[in-house]
Write a protein that binds this ligand. Structure first.
Ligand code: NI
Ligand code: MN
Length: 226
């Protein structure tokens, strides 16, 4: 599995010859100016919630690629009403896609669309492929529900956690979240994009290291393979 960081909470995941774009917020992100959304090959767009900093580039990319939008029922219905393809899910549900099994899990946050439309409840996802399991937390606070993830889905190879604080959990909570999901390898996201969520990279990594954990912070456009 290859995971490319596209800035903020945007990820491009390649698994089993399919490409899944998560929460595309690229064209308004000045830190991601070098990413050309016109060049992204995308089969699926996975959305954790309806906030503008997660859905900004959905329509442009879905229009060009015909990608299937996967999200909660309300968000998928919103896009289906505009003529886009979608696969609705809800919390606790699992579906076998061609790229792997996807489980929708809880997140504690909010989820209205920028135009005020109701965006259902926010979520995270566990992606289970033949060889690897990853957890994409979405925008969330630290929650005790995270303890259910290793109980139900088995060992994670990577946990992708928000670390920017203010709108989501910050570094200290993410360290506890990493304990709860029983995964010491963490890719941080949802940081640095706006003034509210700027973090000190070295201090964040040192805190994880002190707890015998690894915090990976990718430059925008760079990838990791698991
Ligand atoms: Ni949000
Ligand atoms: Mn956000």
């Amino acid at each position: 599995m290859k995971i490319t960081y596209l800035g903020h909470a945007s990820l491009l995941i390649e698994a089993h010859a399919q490409t899944i774009l998560v929460d595309p917020y690229i064209t308004a992100n000045t830190l991601a100016e070098h990413i050309d959304i016109g060049k992204l090959e995308v089969n699926y767009i996975l959305l954790t919630h309806a906030h503008g900093d997660h859905i900004l580039d959905v329509e442009t990319i879905a229009k060009r690629t015909g990608a299937t939008i996967i999200s909660n029922f309300e968000i998928v219905t919103y896009y289906q009403n505009k003529g886009f393809e979608g696969h609705p899910m809800n919390h606790g549900g699992t579906w076998q896609f061609d790229f792997g099994k996807l489980h929708m899990v809880n997140a504690v946050h909010t989820s209205s669309f920028p135009d005020g439309a109701y965006g259902g409840n926010p979520s995270g996802f566990v992606l289970e492929t033949k060889h690897h399991n990853i957890y994409i937390a979405g925008d969330t606070a630290l929650t005790y529900d995270m303890k259910l993830i290793p109980k139900i889905f088995g060992k994670l190879d990577l946990a992708i956690l928000p670390i920017g604080d203010n709108f989501t959990m910050g570094v200290d909570s993410a360290i506890v979240a990493s304990d709860f999901v029983e995964c010491d390898k963490v890719l941080g996201y949802h940081y640095d994009t706006f003034g509210y969520i700027k973090i000190d990279h070295k201090q964040a990594k040192d805190k994880f290291a002190k707890n015998k954990k690894e915090l990976i912070l990718l430059d925008i456009g760079k990838h990791l393979k698991i």
